[in-house]
Structures are given as structure tokens and as C-alpha cells.
Design a protein around this ligand. Sequence first.
Ligand SMILES: Cc1ncc(COP(=O)(O)O)c(C=O)c1O
Length: 435
Amino acid sequence: MTEDLDALAKKLDREHVFHSWLAQGGLDLPVIAGGEGSVVWDHAGNRLLDFSSQLVNVNIGHQHPAVVKAIQDQAAQLATIGPATANLVRGQAAQRILSKAPDGFRKVFFTNGGADANENAIRMARLHTGRDTVLSTYRSYHGNTGAAIVATGDWRRMPNQYARGHVHFFGPYLYRSEFWATTPEEESARALHHLERVIQSEGPATIAALLLESIPGTAGIMIPPPGYLAGVRALADKYGIILILDEVMAGFGRTGRWFAFDGYDVVPDLITFAKGVNSGYVPVGGVIISDAVSATFDERVFPGGLTYSGHPLAAASIVASIDAMEDEGIVEHARRIGEELLAPGLAALAEKHAMIGEVRGEGVFWALELVSDPATREPVAAAVIGQLKKELTARGLLPFSADNRIHVVPPCVVTDDEVHQALAIYDDAFAAVHV
Ligand SMILES: Cc1ncc(COP(=O)(O)O)c(C=O)c1O
């Protein structure tokens, strides 16, 4: 009977559901019917350790009871209300988010997800500065709407170039340095020099915003080298440019801090968020707005909006998520898991398996960069990643991959025992795959 439900889910999916970022023919996606914490299962009860957090968003784990209850209670009280209303739980959600932001941030604009958060941050920066150009890095992902996808640096922007005024530059990435750097300090200084030359060459007076992921996520979890983000801030100040930090993936606990940038001596002008703010229990994102940018719209109309901006179910789930993360010490837990278990555990895997060229990350936000030759750092072929994913899934782990990398990105609530289990599974799977 339960197998029938799994078969039915697959059949209906294959016949009627059109999926993101995939060719639609011949798909055979895993059926997920339920979950709890860091584990998901199908209708027949086959369990998988979720070391993807889905799209790196389920920070609080699956089915956190307080968040589920908050959504249920809010649905019973008021399931929806328009944006041009004052709603208590919406205000509380904004207040909770602002309590985690640095001083000097006064307001939150709610969106439906991360892409439209970036879209609206770009809109605010353009209107605030009266300039047009947006600079962002090649190795980045900012979402799949008009400007967010063109701000994206990776290949996904190319079939989607509808928005104007986007220019890309190289961010720091020592393992594959564009700057012939050999130390993090050199990489940082040279990447900053390159960025300043791009700013000067594009014309500083035309540049509205610098849009960066504090730690590029899907592009490879590249931890910023010393002084880089502070240096970007200094360049933004020097040329009167708005600094937007995209915390959609890195924010709300993933790095073991509330915001990833908290570790890097930098305060942006606009912060975009989504994913971890409520772990995606209800779709939501937004822009946290500094006082100066906010003041621009005190008298002037903000020409943007969404029917579901500040949706009460999303707002209730944000309040419950942030409260639970605080009460249960979930952010601190993610930091400890990173420092005590994942950092040494993944380093030990890299010692053992030559295919792992580099391990980088923090908290529950790690990338294994896989190479066919450690000397040349040639990325492994796509077929190797495909094989590895099969081996991992067969051993009971739901993996996350991007290009030639496996990202180790469990929920922030992952237990010590689950990390030990996962490390053993990665070890076995690497041993089973040959480059
Ligand atoms: C850093 C970053 N920004 C923006 C987005 C887009 O978010 P959404 O898919 O909610 O539109 C993503 C999604 O993965 C992301 O990782």
C-alpha cells in the first residue's frame, strides 16, 4: 500500500510536474513523504539522512514542532491578509529579524523568496543612488527573476538576460586563483585591486550597487580571505556605492552565526535573506534596510510590491523559527558541529581520498572540491559526481552537489551521531568511486 503511494507519487510527478533547472524527460526523483530533524523518508518508510537541507534551506530541521504549530495557529486565526495593512505577527517577524542585524537597520521589506529579495534590493539601491549599474561576481547565484538572474555570475544567467546594467568581476577563490596568488592575503589584496579597476573602468558615478554573497554558496562555499569583505566595504564607501550582501543561503545559522558577514568585520547597506529565516516552511524572503536607504523612501513612493509581502503564515513561521533557534541554541550548535566534527572529519576524508582536492567551510556549510588530479586540480567529470551521488543515496544519505563539488550542508540541528554516520557514508562512497 505504502509502496503504491511511492509509485503513484513518481508517476504523477513524471506525468504532470515541470521541474526547476532540469531537462524534463526521464526524471527519476526521490519520493519524500515525511521528515523530522535531519532525516526524511518515503511512504514506505525508507529513511535518508538529509545532508542537503533540501536547497540548503532547512536550517532548523524538518518539522520543527514549534514552527509547525505557529503556522497552524496563525492559519486558524488569519490565513492571509493584504500587504497594505498593519498586522501584528508581520511586525513581530520584522522585529525578530532586525534584532539579529547590526545597529543602523530599521526596516524589513518582505518578499516571496530570495530572488525577489535581490530584485528589490537592486531596485532600492538604484533609486537611492540615482545610478544604474550593478556589479556582482562571476561565481555567484542570486536567484531566477529578471535582475537577480543577470546579477548571477554562473552559466544560469546566459539564457535569461532580460535585465539591464549588470557587470561581473572575479571574487577571491585561492584554490583556483584568477590572480596567480599563493596566499589568502595575496588573493584578498589582488581581488580588491581587480575590483577597484573594474569600478574605475565602468565609471564609479554609474554604479548603484555591489551585490555579493557574503560567502558564495552554490558557487562553491568560498570563505572570504582576510580583509576582503572589509575591503569591498571600503571601496563601496570610497565611490558612494551601496553594498548589498546576499545572505539568502549563508544567513540564519548556517555558518554558526546569525549572519555570515558577522564574522568578517563588515556592515552592508542592504541585507537580503530567505531560506534559513524560517527554513522554508512557508515561502518568504526579504530585504533588511539600513536607515539611510530606508529614509529615501520616507516621502518618496517605493515603486515595488507583492500581493503576499509579509504573508501572515510566513511571518508566524519566522517568529517561531527565530525564537526556537535562540531558545535551543541552534546557531551555537551549528558552530560547534563545524568546529568539532565537520572540520576534522572532512579533513580526515581528504587525507584518505586523493579525489578531494580541497575542503572549505564553516558551521554546517562545507564544500568538497573534487579533482581528477590533485596536482593540476582538474575538476572531476560530471559522471563521477553522478556516480558518487548514487553511492551516497544507496547508503542512506541525500547529497547536495554543484558542478565538481559535493556540499556537506546538513540542517543546523544535525546531531553528533548523525555527523558520524554521514562521515562513514562519505568515506565508503568515495572508496567505491574511481576517477
Ligand atoms: C545566495 C542565494 N541568493 C538567492 C537565491 C534565490 O533564492 P530563491 O530560490 O528563494 O528565489 C539563492 C537560492 O539558492 C541563493 O543561494
